[in-house]
Design a protein around this ligand. Structure first.
Ligand code: NAD
Ligand code: DAU
Length: 350
């Protein structure tokens, strides 16, 4: 059995990827390594936790000794690395966690992989999951391609850019079989309600203000999370060593339009008269260093590996809303305790 290590598998995207791999590949044993920070939640994986080809390991990728011991013991065949601090706003208030986990953590994994794969790199893939934010910000036109120069603006995107550079350098210097993908904004079930869409779903549900940063005219390209997981599957199996692949939804929205669309669907699903929740929209102080627009050109991935998004936005968006409404206990659990403190700190002075 192939031993595949997925890091960050208890988080939003990681949990969808773990589920896909555990179910689709019974001949792979999937090891999910996760520290279970505020963003990691084993409830996300309840349905597959008893599968014989699944093992959860609690651990911190920043702990070099632990990581090298784990790799010595388990001799993983491949790694798909998602573990990260992922929220831009948190990186503005507390950058060091991002620097440790996203940079040092990635370096620890690369070093541990090197020590067990040395002289046999072709057979062992290190796949690093990254973000379109490393490319910086676009004006009103244009798209990021794989060779767009890096120009990160937040501590989060700078830490992801650093880790991308390390992964590329370990390929170029040591010949490791490394691949990177840079994806646009994901949405879907199990996303932590600090991010725009689930935060607004939760607030509409509880008739709380919907904080729209600045003018609300910033643009993001949204992709359904299961489509991202499928793209990762494709790139893991068919991508070429040393290559980078952009992943995107070809689906650009301004933030204010996304919030209005959400209100439309939520009001309908909650049986409220259309437009009831519009009054909750509240413009607040802009995010520091706020990137205006992200837009991904994912044509390389389509042309070379045959992947393209399969879920239409209208379908994915409604599925997402319905998931949150049907899983209010999940929402309640993750928004009790520490979340309240975060929310107060983040939004009270806006
Ligand atoms: P998330 O915050 O939901 O999950 C991150 C997971 O990593 C959590 O389970 C957390 O417990 C774990 N983790 C954090 N620090 C750790 C550490 N030191 N050791 C071990 N585990 C640790 O994040 P997400 O949105 O699922 O993003 C996953 C990856 O995809 C990240 O690398 C992110 O940069 C990238 N990405 C995210 C998006 C998006 O829209 N969410 C888009 C493109 C790329
Ligand atoms: O582009 C990929 C990135 O997308 C990932 O790498 C990140 O991990 C992920 O968090 C996401 O980053 P964003 O900053 O784009 O996502 P977020 O949901 O935080 O914000 C989306 C947009 O909405 C952004 O322009 C900021 C704005 N926003 C966000 C929040 C939380 C608001 O206007 N109000 C809010 O309360």
């Amino acid at each position: 059995m192939k031993k595949i290590l997925i890091t960050g598998g208890a988080g939003f995207i990681g949990s969808h990827l773990v589920r896909l791999f555990v179910k689709k590949y019974p001949t792979y044993h999937i090891y999910n390594l996760d520290k279970l920070t505020y963003a990691g939640n084993l409830e996300n994986l309840k349905d597959i936790e008893k599968y014989p080809n699944y093992t959860f390991i609690k651990g911190d990728i920043v702990d070099a000794k632990f990581i090298s011991q784990l790799f010595e013991n388990e001799k993983f065949d491949n790694i798909i690395h998602l573990a990260a601090e992922s929220h831009v706003d948190r990186s503005i208030y507390s950058p060091m966690d991002f620097i440790y986990t996203n940079i040092v953590g990635t370096a620890n994994l690369l070093n541990a992989a090197r020590s067990i794969w040395e002289n046999n790199y072709e057979e062992h893939r290190f796949y690093h999951i990254s973000t379109d934010e490393v490319y910086g910000s676009l004006g009103e036109t244009g798209h990021f391609i794989e060779t767009t120069p890096y120009s990160p603006h937040s501590p989060y995107s700078a830490s992801k850019a650093s880790s991308d550079h390390l992964v590329r350098a370990y390929h170029d210097t040591f010949g490791m079989n490394n691949v990177i993908s840079n994806c646009s904004n994901n949405y879907g079930p199990n996303q932590f309600p600090e991010k725009l869409i689930p935060l607004c779903i939760n607030n509409i549900l509880h008739n709380k203000p919907l904080p729209v940063y600045g003018t609300g005219k910033n643009v993001r390209d949204w992709l359904y999370v299961e489509d991202h997981a499928k793209a990762i599957d494709t790139i893991f199996h068919k991508g070429l060593s040393g290559q980078t692949y952009n992943i995107g939804g070809n689906n650009e929205w301004t933030n204010i339009d996304i919030v209005k669309k959400l209100i439309e669907i939520m009001d309908e699903e909650l049986g409220r008269p259309q437009g009831t929740s519009m009054s909750l929209i509240t413009y607040v102080k802009d995010r520091a260093g706020h990137d205006l627009r992200y837009a991904i050109d994912a044509s390389k991935l389509k042309r070379e590996l045959g992947w393209e998004p399969s879920i239409k936005f209208t379908e994915g968006f409604r599925l997402t809303v319905k998931w949150y409404l049907n899983n209010q206990e999940w929402l309640q659990n993750v928004t009790s305790g520490a979340y309240q403190k975060y929310y107060e700190q983040m939004y009270t002075n806006h």
